[in-house]
Write a protein that binds this ligand. Structure first.
Ligand SMILES: *Cc1c(COP(=O)(O)O)cnc(C)c1O
Length: 352
């Protein structure tokens, strides 16, 4: 007989991240991680961290990190919110800002965590199809809604929309909160953080996981009006006041202060991306014009699923999504030049 208490347990389909393998010699291009280490200044901040401080709770406001981010983006500390990775920031934003009887709206091809949060928090949602070229059109978002969330650049398509796109989106959505998820913006996208000064209902989220090589540290942030930020803070402080630990405050601050290193690693990834895009196109692949640290790739005459499986046997991990519209595409993160040379060699082997 089934126990009655099991009826009280939550039944939910979770988000599935890219596989993390413990194997040493794999080429890991499946989670959009940065192939370069974090700034040496971050390494020093962690080495010099006074561990006796760990007996104390961290600053609940993580002020040293908030100040660094506020300075960097030319906003006030009261316009910055921090979380345990931007997944945490966005999950809090869904709970704090999407409380409406209208559905939350986002593109059909996008970050697959959004529908998971909607289901976790019992939020209705509706998707609008990206066009045949995977572009998002602001005029699709004219209908009354309970909130908008769009990654720009988008994932897994790698395509970015210009700032005018966000301006147009805001013109249609004066009665709901619009979130632009800028997880990949540092790889060639156009940030709309500046527009948060013009639109009180615009929230922009960012992460240290990709462009700052700190996925393992879990630092995410949002920039927006004082009104939006104060509501995010109230919700965060209703479930966990200490989402940013004491070490992350120092490491994150050090990362922001080393802008030279940040720019040089972003540029290296952009260069490598351009080279790999050209080489794959020369092999007959269709590669979308990426503004991210990954490329979205297809080839009409071969199975991308088979290529994904083949590469796995060669210890090259990329990402395949078994989803409508993109079932013959793969997403390949940009690694070091050496890693990408291995990828290109194995792809050539597969084509033979
Ligand atoms: C990676 C990613 C995030 C979240 O990353 P965190 O590591 O939680 O900061 C958010 N949105 C998109 C679109 C992403 O690809």
């Amino acid at each position: 007989m089934e126990n009655l208490w099991t009826k009280n347990l939550r039944d939910i389909e979770p988000y599935v991240p890219g596989e993390q393998s413990k194997e040493e010699d794999i080429v890991k291009l499946n989670a959009n991680e940065n192939p370069y280490p974090p700034s040496p200044k971050v390494v020093n901040a962690i080495k010099n961290f006074d561990c006796s401080l760990l007996r104390l709770y961290p600053d609940a406001n993580a002020l040293p990190l908030k100040e660094a981010i506020a300075d960097y983006y030319n906003v006030s500390v009261s316009n910055v919110f921090l979380g345990n990775g931007s997944d945490d920031v966005i999950a809090i934003a869904f709970q704090a800002l999407f409380n409406s009887s209208y559905p939350v709206v986002f593109p059909d091809l996008t970050y697959s965590f959004y529908p998971v949060w909607c289901s976790l928090f019992n939020i209705d949602y509706k998707t609008y199809a990206v066009d045949a070229d995977f572009r998002i059109h602001a005029e699709d978002y004219k209908e009354r809604n309970g909130g908008v969330i769009i990654p720009n650049p988008n994932a897994p398509t790698s395509l970015g929309e210009p700032r005018e796109f966000v301006e147009e989106l805001m013109s249609y959505n004066q009665d709901s909160v619009v979130i632009i998820d800028e997880a990949y913006v540092d790889f060639g996208g156009e940030s709309c953080i500046e527009l948060t000064k013009k639109y009180e209902n615009l929230l922009v989220t960012g992460t240290f996981s990709k462009s700052r090589s700190l996925a393992g540290m879990r630092i995410g942030f949002a920039v927006g009006s004082e009104k939006l930020i104060s509501v995010l803070e109230a919700v965060k402080n209703s479930y966990n006041s200490y989402t940013i630990d004491a070490v992350s405050i120092e490491a994150g601050r050090a990362s922001i202060l080393d802008d030279k290193y940040f720019r040089s690693t972003c540029n290296k990834i952009i260069q490598t991306r351009q080279r790999v895009t050209q080489e794959m196109r020369a092999m007959g692949f269709t590669v979308l014009d990426s503004q991210t640290n990954f490329i979205f790739v297809t080839k009409s005459d071969i199975s991308m699923y088979e290529m994904f499986e083949y590469l796995k046997t060669k210890k090259v991990f990329i990402r395949y999504f078994s989803l409508p519209r993109i079932h013959n595409y793969v997403r390949i993160s940009i690694g070091t030049d050496e890693e990408m040379d291995i990828l290109l060699k194995e792809v050539k082997g597969f084509l033979k």
